[in-house]
Design a protein around this ligand. Structure first.
Ligand SMILES: [Mg+2]
Length: 312
């Protein structure tokens, strides 16, 4: 069973949602109406040995656990407001250091920590739950329409390159390592995209190849993605080429970019690009049908896939 199937099986067993639940499980966040206001809610967990190895400090792990939740809020167009953080570690010192990273991220993203829990655990484990506030209708995965273009924020593949640098013990790739250990989710771009009424969005956690399939599946559409158009920074490209890796493939499959993939009509994407400092790069087109096709020049690229949390 992969992660997709597990979520679907759990979804099948859920009770009927109360009326405050506007969007149930299955998107980047659920959407709740509490009083007059709409909120998004999500949680995400990091486990030592699975999501990170010895190169990440406990502070890095705490920071990233908050950041990946902030990224889910950003994908909905929400503004992150509150977190609950729980974690376990083999010793109290590691727990404290991890919570320092959590607090550092809370300060950076303007999030207030409401509480949480700690316990002793064999491996450092952190789970963060987040509440974000909506100031525009939420951007769902399901709103992509044929004729929309696909665009991404920022650049792709830097986090995967940073991970390779850490695995190889290579120095001199500090920006890439930072992109991996200390991602900065696209909250401003997500909020402005929501205000502009973009069709759909998802954050790029598992890799473009996986996440674009999710977005298209939720929307009941297909798409073409042009690998030649993927925004890859020159330091990412140079580092990957020095390792004999294909930058285009890594950018499509590497994961953990925590950029946003957005589907919208071209004029809306142009308006977004004019409103935010973050680069917005068009990478493909949404089409009728259900096929997700990757191309490089005129050649199809087959069998691209991202990260599956239960396959390794
Ligand atoms: Mg997500």
């Amino acid at each position: 069973m992969n992660e997709f199937e597990i979520v679907r099986r759990i979804s099948d067993e859920l009770p009927q949602a109360p009326p405050e639940v506007l969007v149930p499980i299955g998107d980047d966040c659920a959407v709740l109406r509490l009083g007059e206001r709409d909120w998004v809610a999500a949680s995400d967990m990091l486990v030592s040995g699975h999501h990170f190895k010895g190169w990440a400090t406990p502070e890095d792990v705490g920071y990233k656990a908050v950041a990946i939740n902030v990224s889910d809020v950003a994908a909905m167009g929400g503004v992150p407001r509150f977190v609950l953080a729980s974690g376990g570690a083999p010793d109290p010192e590691t727990t404290l250091r991890c919570f320092r990273g959590i607090l550092e991220a809370c300060e950076l993203f303007g999030v207030y920590p409401l509480g949480g829990d700690t316990t002793r655990a064999d491996a450092l484990t952190v789970d963060v739950a987040i509440l974000g506030e909506l100031f525009a209708p939420p951007v769902l995965r399901s709103g992509a329409n044929p004729g929309d273009l696909l665009a991404v924020t920022g650049d792709l593949g830097a986090s995967a390159a940073g991970l390779l640098a850490l695995e190889n013990g290579t120095s001199g790739s500090q920006r890439l390592i930072r992109k991996h250990l200390r991602p900065e989710p696209r909250v401003v771009a997500g909020r402005i995209a929501a205000g502009l009424g973009v069709g759909a969005a998802i954050d790029l956690s598992d890799g473009l190849a996986s996440d674009v399939r999710r977005l298209c599946a939720h929307s009941g559409v297909g798409c073409r993605v042009h690998l030649d158009l993927l925004p890859i920074a020159s330091d990412t490209r140079a580092f990957l080429e020095s390792l004999g890796r294909d930058p285009g493939i890594l950018a499509a499959t590497g994961g953990e970019d925590y950029e946003l993939l957005i589907s919208a009509p071209e004029p809306t994407l142009d308006a977004l690009a004019e409103s935010v400092e973050t680069p917005i790069t068009k990478i493909g087109e949404v089409a009728d049908g259900v096929g997700v096709f990757f191309r490089r020049g005129d050649e199809p690229v087959e069998n691209l896939s991202g990260w599956d949390h239960f396959s390794s």
